[in-house]
Design a protein around this ligand. Sequence first.
Ligand code: ADP
Length: 444
Amino acid sequence: MLWRIVSFLLCQALPALAAWIFFSGSGEREALALLSALAGCYLWWLLDALRGRRILLWLRSGDTSQIPLGGGLWGELFDRIRKLVRARDRAVSESDKRLEEFLAALQASPNGVVLLDAEGRIEWFNQTAADHFGLDSGRDLQQHLGNLVRDPGFAAYMSAKDFRHDVEMPGRSSSNTKPVKLSVQLHPYGEGRSLLLSRDVTAVEQAEAMRRDFVANVSHEIRTPLTVLAGFVETLLSLPLNEEERTRYLGLMELQAQRMQTLVNDLLTLSRLEGSPLPPAKDWVVLDSLMAQCQQEARDLSALLSAAPRALHFSLDGPMEVAGSASEIHSAMSNLIGNAIRYSPAGKPIEVRWVSLPQGGAEFSVRDQGQGIAPEHIPRLTERFYRVDRSRSRETGGTGLGLAIVKHVSQRHGAELSIESTPGKGSTFAIHFPAGRVRQKQIA
Ligand code: ADP
């Protein structure tokens, strides 16, 4: 400030002194000295105004990186403004960074997030929301969400303005073959703004539908033999039957009780397969004893179902061992053999083989010459309670769970179930075990 006063005074005094000396002989010496002082004063003011204008132009330009340098009062002013601007720039860039991090976190969310302004226009959305609602960031920002999401259920939800619960609607990519179900809820916040969250609940819905179907199927399967049993009990209690009739009824009751028992056993096996840890890859199961056991069971079943003899060919390609659970592998083998017996006429042969494969691993296969299966049924055969011929399955004591058990056992052993069938000619069911689970039988 002192320098400013001194420079102002010097700018007047020096020209006045120079004029005073220069015009010493002139009669207008005082007037000329006064004029020079005024001119100096004007020059000082002009220079000062120019420096002030520079700071104004700099502030107007908005380019805070190019800060003009200078000394004196204006220099200090520049300096202080520069410090303030830098501090502000730092705060802005820090809050920008925080906003970016926050948006990146929302972007990473597995749920769809849409930010809406007070008028319901889209301010921001993440990629999941774009997929759920078919939004495009280049096209749909600042658009009204109601104009873009046209589902009637969603429109009714938005107009009812009761956002305490969610609404379910089909996703944009939903189709008949691949349905997508979304759960959508609006959460108001701030001054009239809102946050729309969407969640893909397709898998949850499917699991719930499967659970409902399963309970309905089990109830149905148990109700049928139970109704028959109750009918026989009533008959036995109410009618005066002779010994022969009583024995016949009791025999039929036993059959129904066995059917229920088989069903409950299969259900328990399935739930054990789903709930227990994977079979260890270090426990080696000797196949020849398993094959012998299955062969005996096959003979018994075949004799039970028909008096006619049946050719059952069992072959094991050398002494082999498979890593896993003996009871599970036995269950898969006997289910496939049992099906071949039950779904092919008594006179037709059945071939059961364990072969080691040239590329490593081994295959267990059961080939029959029975009724075969039409191609459209094959992909669904391993679903629980799926049957091609319901009455044939029941007649022969089937539960509709056998192939579901085989599929589970195969998966738990890293193996693959394959089904080949020609209607009228027969079927081959095979389980392919990977190389790591098969070895030559060890000599103890
Ligand atoms: P089920 O107890 O009814 O036999 P599975 O799960 O074992 O149940 O088999 C499902 C369905 O697949 C059967 O109901 C039957 O229609 C069909 N199926 C299974 N194995 C054979 C086979 N070897 N030949 C023809 N159809 C078969």
